[in-house]
Design a binder for this molecule. Structure first.
Ligand code: ZN
Length: 183
């Protein structure tokens, strides 16, 4: 049985609340989207996070993800979600890649001035087979940057980003939605 967060999945007189569930007034509810699993030995009912029908990623989709690596000419991104899909997990597609030529319309000399490790980014899928992403549109790019020195979320200050903790100043290829939380 596939359930969404908040769905009632059983009664406490019948089951014990397991992982990814909570009890309220005699009922057990799911805290994540996923599949219900019952353990017949100890009568535990749990939800295994996941999805019954993963949305199929398409070329042109806008995704949100986290930077997991920086190379000379590549940014590696772990995709965490797809715009327009909030109720289901996405399939694990492995790391996606933003090539230096797809970061922005202008020439990029130093990739570390455009992205930082663990930044949250918004990007468009341009090549599904090779999981290539593009951030050259104004709306795309870094949504939340972490200070390279102390990992605090940086605030936008004109064309630069500033760390409110240690005052470090850095640059990124920011989205026009930087810091807004809008995907
Ligand atoms: Zn800092």
């Amino acid at each position: 049985m596939f359930v969404l967060p908040g769905d009632s999945i059983g009664a406490t007189e019948e089951f014990r609340a397991g992982t990814q569930t909570y009890e309220s007034a005699g009922n057990i509810y799911a805290t994540v989207a996923g599949t219900v699993k019952t353990d017949n030995r100890d009568r535990t009912i749990s939800v295994i996070p996941g999805t019954s029908t993963p949305p199929v990623l398409k070329r042109g989709d806008v995704v949100i993800g986290q930077v997991t690596g920086l190379r000379d000419s590549l940014v590696l991104v772990a995709i965490a979600g797809v715009r327009g899909v909030t109720d289901r997990a996405i399939p694990d597609v492995g790391p996606a890649v933003i090539h230096v030529s797809n970061i922005k319309k202008a020439y990029v000399k130093d990739i570390s001035r455009e992205f930082g490790l663990f930044d949250i980014v918004k990007a468009r899928i341009t090549d599904l087979r090779n999981m290539r992403l593009d951030t050259s549109e104004p709306e795309l790019g870094v949504m939340k940057a972490l200070c390279s020195r102390c990992r605090t979320a940086m605030t936008q200050n004109g064309s630069r980003l500033m760390c409110p903790e240690c005052r470090q100043v850095e640059t990124r290829k920011t989205s026009t939605d930087y810091g807004s939380g809008i995907i």
